[in-house]
Design a protein around this ligand. Structure first.
Ligand SMILES: Nc1ncnc2c1ncn2[C@@H]1O[C@H](COP(=O)(O)OP(=O)(O)O)[C@@H](O)[C@H]1O
Ligand SMILES: [Mg+2]
Length: 266
């Protein structure tokens, strides 16, 4: 198939809307501050999202750099990029079609100095995290409480996904309970080690970006101005930290618009 060139006209418009049902067309053409699409799997939510991006770009309503499209997996992000590219060609190449994690990595690399990190910070995967936790548990003799690296990793991960740092985790723990007391100590040591190594773990990527936006309103404002349209696919899968991230990117900026898609609650 030959690649479409980006020339605005009835042809292109017809092609961008071709095969969509009336509700989908309405969602692609809708202009307004926010739009939530709730529809079942395979019903055409991602199609609406990609056509909407194509429509914005084809009509020069937005530059590619003003759009942030978020998905959950690298595979979904690559697919979405392909689908937009198929619709309008290379115009989409400067666009941020990213996972929550990769969007946060890009933001954190630019703004790392604000958080006291180096821009070339390391990202620890779950294996790295567990190796550190294993050592900390051994050093603390915490294995007498039957604490495993995987168990501690899960406690820390859940806390971070609820936007709790080591300090607030400690505040909300029952320190008369020896297991909780040792978990607090593990969390603190683990976080200190990450900082010493100029590293973030996966959960930090999102939590630290939320913290960055909350602690530095000028940074948040710059990204709110940059991203005029934010699209989140499969919104039902967002955890609290991811929800907060989207909220921080959109809350104070009246000129930005949002599209969320999600599956119905079953
Ligand atoms: N209105 C429509 N009529 C027929 N097929 C459609 C329509 N909208 C989308 N599709 C097709 O249905 C499949 C699923 O669409 P997709 O947008 O990925 O759904 P969802 O994101 O809701 O799971 C795709 O192959 C897509 O091309
Ligand atoms: Mg989809």
């Amino acid at each position: 198939m030959t690649q479409m060139t980006l020339e605005f006209g009835d042809d292109l418009d017809a092609r961008l809307l071709a095969g969509l049902n009336p509700q989908q067309k309405q969602a692609v053409l809708h202009r307004g501050p926010a739009l939530l699409i709730v529809a079942g799997a395979g019903s055409g939510k991602t199609s609406v999202l990609t056509r909407r991006i194509a429509h914005f770009l084809a009509h020069k309503e937005l530059w590619p750099s003003q759009i942030l499209a978020i998905t959950f997996t690298n595979k979904a992000a690559a697919e979405m990029r392909e689908r937009v590219k198929h619709l309008i060609g290379d115009e989409a190449s400067g666009m941020w079609i990213k996972t929550f994690h990769s969007a946060c990595v890009a933001i954190l690399r630019r703004e790392a100095d604000r958080l006291g990190h180096d821009a070339n910070f390391t990202i620890y995967d779950s294996g790295d995290s567990r190796a550190i936790l294993k050592r900390i548990i051994r050093d603390l003799g915490a294995d007498i409480h039957k604490l495993t690296p995987a168990g501690a990793a899960s406690v820390i991960s859940n806390a971070k996904n609820e936007l709790a740092d080591a300090e607030s985790f400690a505040r909300n723990s029952d320190l008369s309970d020896p297991v909780q007391r040792v978990l607090v100590e593990i969390f603190e040591r683990y976080q200190a080690e990450l900082r010493r190594n100029n590293a973030f773990d996966f959960d930090d990527l999102i939590a630290e970006t939320v913290y960055l936006f909350r602690a530095f309103p000028d940074v948040a404002a710059a990204y709110q101005r940059k991203f005029r349209h934010i699209l989140v696919d499969e919104y039902q899968d967002t955890n609290r930290a991811q929800y907060a991230l989207i909220h921080e990117l959109t809350s104070r900026c009246l000129s930005s618009t949002t599209l969320l898609t999600r599956e119905p609650v079953s």
